[in-house]
Design a binder for this molecule. Structure first.
Ligand code: SF4
Length: 489
């Protein structure tokens, strides 16, 4: 494959025969106008302009040389479990795996902060040759003595999978000696091109080693307690305090949060996750599987919710109230929505005036890519480009349903591709994560972080006001009058 690295060039890129995807010849290419972007030949079917039925090819291995922005399976597992605040998260592998995901989420805590410390077995050449099991065992024993944690989650990385360390038996032996819960997470990075497998492995670790592991006596006692209107929030990671915003809405309608998986959670709370009447699933990408398995094991039904945006927050609260079919709760919910939305609309009016008609490029996780579109419409803005790193066909179908004709939809774009798309489409705002932040700023396009690194809560009604303020601060900042835009050079 040959890449022209000149970012200003109208790039023509050809796959070498030996490096191109041999499956290309069998794939029926969706209709993509030549004019979207010149890129690797085998990448073209991953982009499309919304028309009647088109969605981009997705959920496939990234093409070598395309410089994907994706994370690995271990990263996927780590982001799901890391917000458990009173646990040690021990990465069994070379130190790089631990450092590149340390504090990867801006998950906030209301108490314990052990999860903020990074731990690694720091495997070296000698360990790779002779095996890393002894080092892992000794590390667990030492960490337990030093920190007395509620649990130790042990993550397997690529090299551990290759040398064949028996993670499960080391964890079992260490647990017998320490009496601390030691949870193996078989998350070798190479196990899939899609980090979603890591989410699933993390959910399996919770199902097999944490949820419902208390004694039968404890479980019976809890079930006999008055447990009206208890829910678990699944797939909510308390980035910038989002969980707390959602929690306060539920408290106002008389619904109690039994546990959150996993934002601002403690191990003991997750053990008792079986004690809920309903699972509400916020991040459907990481947590549908867990909800499904909990329904099979504990009979807890689930509903999908979304607390980003005015309509989504309102509909999610209504769905929970309707599930409990309690007249009083439904009335309270309508009063809450009516009052809060009225205040919200008056507060965002000023922002909306400045943002009306501005064009947005969104490149975020699967379900955010479609749920954010409506939020921008609320601000009078137009989404002209959207995409995800690991979207599934159902995510792209929802994007297809939500965006207007003519919107560009792109799957698994590399950084160079994204930079070229931004220069070509010239949006007024890019909404994405840390990896895309400086690329957008260097091109001269305002940026809003909607990923793990943001420091402002965007959930619920107050969150939407914060979101509108953040977007307005980025787009309307006078600094952009002084910064030359790369596409105007
Ligand atoms: S791909 Fe493998 S080596 Fe790289 S961070 Fe993931 S687990 Fe570590």
């Amino acid at each position: 494959m040959v890449l022209n690295m000149d970012s200003n060039a109208d790039v023509e890129v050809e796959d070498r025969k030996s490096g191109s995807n041999s499956a290309d010849s069998e794939i029926i290419m969706p209709e993509i106008p030549e004019s979207i972007l010149k890129t690797l030949k085998s990448r073209k079917r991953h982009m499309c302009i919304k028309s009647q039925d088109s969605i981009p090819s997705c959920n496939e291995s990234s093409i070598p040389g395309a410089v994907t922005q994706r994370s690995c399976v271990y990263g996927g597992a780590r982001v799901v479990l890391m917000p458990i605040t009173d646990a040690i998260h021990l990465v069994h592998g070379p130190v790089g795996c631990a450092s590149c995901t340390w504090d990867i989420r801006g998950s906030r805590t209301s108490g314990d902060d052990l999860y903020k410390t990074g731990f690694s077995t720091d495997l070296k050449e000698k360990d790779i040759v002779f095996g890393g099991e002894n080092k892992l065992f000794e590390t667990i024993i030492e960490l337990n003595k030093l920190y007395n944690p509620a649990a130790i989650f042990v993550y397997s990385t690529c090299v551990v999978g290759l040398i064949g360390d028996d993670l499960k038996s080391v964890c079992k032996k260490a647990q017998e000696i320490t009496k601390c819960r030691v949870v193996p997470v078989q998350s070798e990075g190479f196990r899939s091109f899609n980090k979603s497998l890591g989410h699933r492995i993390a959910c399996d670790a919770l199902l097999d080693y944490v949820i419902g592991t208390d004694s039968e006596n404890d479980q019976n006692q809890i079930k006999n307690e008055n447990s009206r209107y208890k829910i678990n929030i699944i797939g909510e990671f308390n980035v910038a305090g989002d969980l707390w915003a959602i929690k306060s809405l539920f408290e106002r309608i008389g619904v109690e949060i039994n546990c959150s998986v996993t934002g601002d959670s403690r191990v003991a709370q997750i053990v008792k996750a079986y004690n809920a009447d309903l699972n509400v699933v916020q991040c459907q990408k990481s947590s549908n599987y867990l909800a499904h398995e909990m329904e099979k094991s504990y009979g807890i039904p689930s509903i999908k919710v979304n607390f980003f945006g005015i309509e989504e927050t309102s509909e999610s609260l209504r769905a929970v109230a309707e599930f409990f079919a309690d007249e009083k709760m439904m009335k309270k919910t309508e009063e809450l929505i009516g009052g809060d939305v009225k205040v919200l609309r008056s507060k965002i009016m000023g922002y909306r005036k400045r943002l009306e008609g501005k064009r947005v490029a969104v490149y975020v996780g699967g379900n955010k890519a479609w749920s954010l579109i409506r939020s921008f419409e609320e601000l009078g803005m137009n989404v002209i480009m959207t995409g995800t790193q690991n979207g599934l066909p159902e995510d792209y179908q929802r994007i297809q349903d939500a965006v207007k004709d003519g919107t560009l939809v792109v799957d698994d774009a590399g950084s160079m591709e994204l930079a070229r798309l931004l220069k070509k489409y010239k949006p007024d705002l890019v909404v994405s994560g840390a990896k895309e932040k400086y690329m957008a700023l260097k091109i001269g396009i305002p940026f809003c972080d909607f990923n793990h690194d943001r420091i402002t809560s965007f959930a619920g009604f107050q969150g939407f006001i914060n979101f509108a303020r953040e977007v307005d601060r980025s787009v309307s900042s006078p600094v952009w009058n002084l910064v030359p835009k790369a596409f105007e050079e």
